[in-house]
Design a protein around this ligand. Structure first.
Ligand code: F6R
Length: 241
């Protein structure tokens, strides 16, 4: 586990984007595992900027995202599909036919998850998986639990997550109650993993996840067992280690 210390969010974003762009330059037909959330937005902005300057070519890459809400249409601003198009796919020359997320509009959870597992397998495996870190140590939608789940599965969102998401919707009824997420086994099968973390509010979980006991109660702790993990974190997120 390699830890790269960044000064602040901007520095973290640039350093993370450098690692992603190195991957694309070294292997133009690589498979990138991507994340949503607020942390990677700065890195996506850098990648878009470098693409616009002519330094990066996304035309041969394939992407698989970690997760998607169940029941949200692609044009819903809260869907992860929408997020990815807003922040990256719509701004670079990636082939839209090679960008994949779980199908949030597939009501049959078993089918949605099996289909996504097949898609990931057909890519030949993820070369570089980008991850954010939840305050409770979640990665993707793999929440604290008694076990590490294997492949893509359907998750019931906790009441606190549903309540927290309410502000983005007209009413609580519209807030998704479930999501599809890659499992821990799939994440761990990525050849390389890049975790981005920023802010003092993440300092305690950084310490617990990467310097504490390996336990499914802190799902990210499993990353300690992966042979090629790079954590790019700012000073605030590293303030307790
Ligand atoms: C996003 C995802 C989540 C986030 C995590 C951190 O696709 O799966 O695990 O990475 O919730 O979110 P932020 O970056 O908003 O703190």
């Amino acid at each position: 586990m390699r830890i790269i210390r960044a000064k602040d969010y901007e520095d973290m974003s640039r350093k993370a984007a450098n690692i992603i762009s190195a991957q694309i330059i070294m292997k133009p037909e690589c498979v990138l595992g991507l994340a949503t959330g607020s942390t990677p937005i700065g890195a996506y902005n850098c990648l878009v900027d470098w693409y616009q300057k002519g330094d990066l070519d996304f035309s041969k890459i394939t992407t698989v995202n970690l997760d998607e809400y169940k029941g949200l249409t692609r044009d819903n601003e809260q869907s992860y599909y929408y997020f990815m198009h807003e922040h990256l796919f719509g701004k670079v020359n990636v082939d839209p036919g090679r960008t994949f997320l779980p199908d949030g509009m597939e009501p049959d959870s078993e089918k949605a998850c099996a289909d996504y597992n097949k898609i990931i397998a057909a890519t030949g495996g993820v070369d570089l998986q980008l991850l954010g870190l939840g305050h409770n140590g979640h990665i993707g939608f793999n929440e604290p639990s008694e076990e590490f789940k294997g492949e893509t599965h359907c998750v019931d969102l906790t009441q606190s997550t549903i309540k927290a998401n309410q502000r983005f919707f007209a009413s609580i009824e519209e807030v998704p109650k479930q999501a599809y997420t890659m499992g821990i086994k799939t994440i761990m099968q990525a050849r390389k993993i890049l975790v981005v973390v920023s802010g003092e509010d993440k300092a305690a979980i950084v310490k617990e996840a990467f310097f504490g006991k390996i336990t499914p109660k802190v799902q990210a702790s499993v990353l300690q067992l992966h042979q090629d993990v790079t954590i790019v974190a700012d000073e605030a997120a590293l303030s307790l280690v």
